[in-house]
Design a protein around this ligand. Structure first.
Ligand SMILES: C[S@@+](CC[C@H](N)C(=O)[O-])C[C@H]1O[C@@H](n2cnc3c(N)ncnc32)[C@H](O)[C@@H]1O
Length: 476
């Protein structure tokens, strides 16, 4: 059992904010935090690896549970392995890389079981083992890096090292600081060199990074994407204004160093909010899109549209959804929150008709283009807020199967009665945030559905996130 050791925190009293304690991390909790128990209370510690003993500080309390963060790993635990990445410990990106991969999968499954059991969802159904990645390294086909004028200075750096330019990832709990990423063990292999060149050229050409406080500077984000099955690579440079006199030579120099870039896009975001989603785009090289192939279907992906970030596992996900949807030639399928149509197009090969619903115009354009390019004539895409469009469109055929793949926040609460009212035979809920789906599922069960299968797939190795396919069948 875990014990509190700090002289400032006697074991018998509930720790308070700021207390430092030593604990054994016993498992994973909601949101992927490591869970320990202290003085009869649960303590959720972000980025703490199960099996390890850590020194942690208590940062607060939420919903009756204490929260904390790791200060030091005292003992790594029986399933610990050496980290691959030099940035491990500073970058918050893949907190689980010191946990052996098979153990990561077991822990993800264990946390899913406890989360769903707590909602009384496992009476008649078991959680299947998490399907792991054959190669859990360099799997990401997309990375979003941030430019900043506040670089995170590492402990071993010489005095006076330049700190007014960074291109990398935010340091956990320090949204004002960006860690320069030199190498990353999970993004696609060409990305390290692209990142280094972008940084060097921006400095050489005197392009200023965005200042999130003063709202000055030009360069905001660099989003790198690759089609693993086509080899096409996109660099999307997100800027605060158009500035063609600066961007055109910058893109030309980047291309001269990296002819492997098949397209370079500029996305302009003049708003204060720090996001890679912009107001308009300019294509600086190539045709502004890349392509990826999943299950024999070619997908066009533009800078603004969502696409699963792990190509190999996205294909596995599509196979699972296809098995669960079990569509026949007479079936009408709704693909709700369809993005660029990845799921709907995969189902269109066997279904009678597929209708996709999506709010991002670029994604719908991609989806339509994808349907045409793959000669799938039985697919339609409806642009707009899914809830509003379902309410407005009164001549749609009733669905036999609904696939829902909402964003991380889960479904809008009003979406659940809307889905139940559609009364499909099967609902396939694809979730990248099992906490949100665990909240939504009891309402679907109460609405007349039986949870028939739970099939998790690891799309995000070395992180506490897991994708999960829940199949619900309408009770007779
Ligand atoms: C997790 S992604 C799923 C995309 C797609 N199913 C796939 O596998 O590529 C969620 C999608 O929902 C879209 N979205 C978010 N809120 C929406 C809403 N209210 N109505 C319609 N689409 C929405 C997002 O733009 C995004 O493309």
């Amino acid at each position: 059992m875990s014990r509190a050791h700090s002289p400032t925190t006697p074991e018998s009293r509930v720790p308070r904010r700021g207390d430092v304690i030593e604990v054994l991390v016993e498992g994973l909790g909601p949101g992927g935090a490591g869970m320990a128990s202290v003085a009869g209370r649960e303590l959720a510690i972000r980025h703490a690896v199960p099996g390890s003993r850590v020194r942690a500080t208590v940062t607060g309390r939420r919903r009756g549970r204490l929260e904390g963060r790791v200060l030091e790993v005292l003992e790594p635990g029986p399933h610990s392995v050496a980290p691959r990445c030099d940035h491990f410990g500073t970058c918050g990106g893949c907190a689980f890389q010191t946990l052996a991969y098979p153990r990561q999968l077991a822990e993800l499954q264990r946390s899913l079981v406890s989360m769903l059991a707590a909602r009384d969802l496992l009476r008649d159904v078991a959680v299947e083992p998490v399907q792991g990645c054959a190669d859990p390294w360099h799997y990401r086909n997309k990375m979003d890096f941030t430019f900043s004028n506040r670089r995170w200075v590492e402990a071993d750096e010489p005095e006076g090292a330049r700190a007014d330019f960074a291109l990398g990832l935010h340091v956990p709990f320090r949204w004002d600081k960006v860690l320069d990423i030199r190498a990353c063990a999970i993004h696609f292999r060409e990305a390290d060199a692209l990142l280094a060149s972008t940084r060097e050229l921006a400095l050489e050409q005197g392009l200023e990074p965005w200042d999130t406080k003063a709202h000055t500077g030009l360069l905001r984000h660099l989003v790198l994407r690759k089609g693993f099955r086509t080899g096409e690579i996109m660099a999307n440079i997100v800027t605060a204004r158009e500035a063609p006199e600066a961007l055109e030579p910058f893109a030309a120099a980047l291309l001269a160093r990296h002819p492997e870039l098949t397209t370079i896009v500029q996305t302009v975001n003049t708003r204060a909010a720090s996001t890679a989603i912009g107001e308009w785009e300019r294509v600086l090289h190539g045709d502004g899109v890349i392509h990826e192939v999943l299950l024999g279907i070619t997908y066009t992906i533009s800078a603004g549209s969502f696409f699963q970030t792990n190509t190999a596992q996205a294909e596995r996900l599509l196979e699972v959804v296809r098995e669960e949807a079990a569509c026949g030639a007479g079936d009408v399928v709704y693909d709700l929150y369809c993005g660029a149509g990845a799921i709907g197009l995969a189902l269109a090969k066997t279904a009678g008709e597929v209708l996709g619903f999506e709010s991002v115009p670029a994604a719908v354009e991609d989806a339509r283009r994808n349907a045409r390019a793959n000669a799938l004539a039985n697919v339609r895409f409806v642009l707009g807020d899914v809830l509003a469009r379902l309410a407005e469109e009164d001549d749609l055929p009733a669905p036999d199967v609904c696939v829902i793949d909402p964003p991380r926040s889960g479904m809008h609460p009003r979406m659940i009665p809307a889905l139940v009212a559609l009364a499909p035979e099967r609902i396939i809920y694809v979730s990248c945030n099992v906490q949100a789906s665990a909240r939504d599922l009891p309402f679907l069960v109460a609405g007349g559905y039986r949870l028939a299968r739970i099939r998790p797939i690891d799309l995000f190795p070395h992180t506490p996130h897991v994708e999960c396919v829940f199949t619900l069948e309408r009770r007779a």
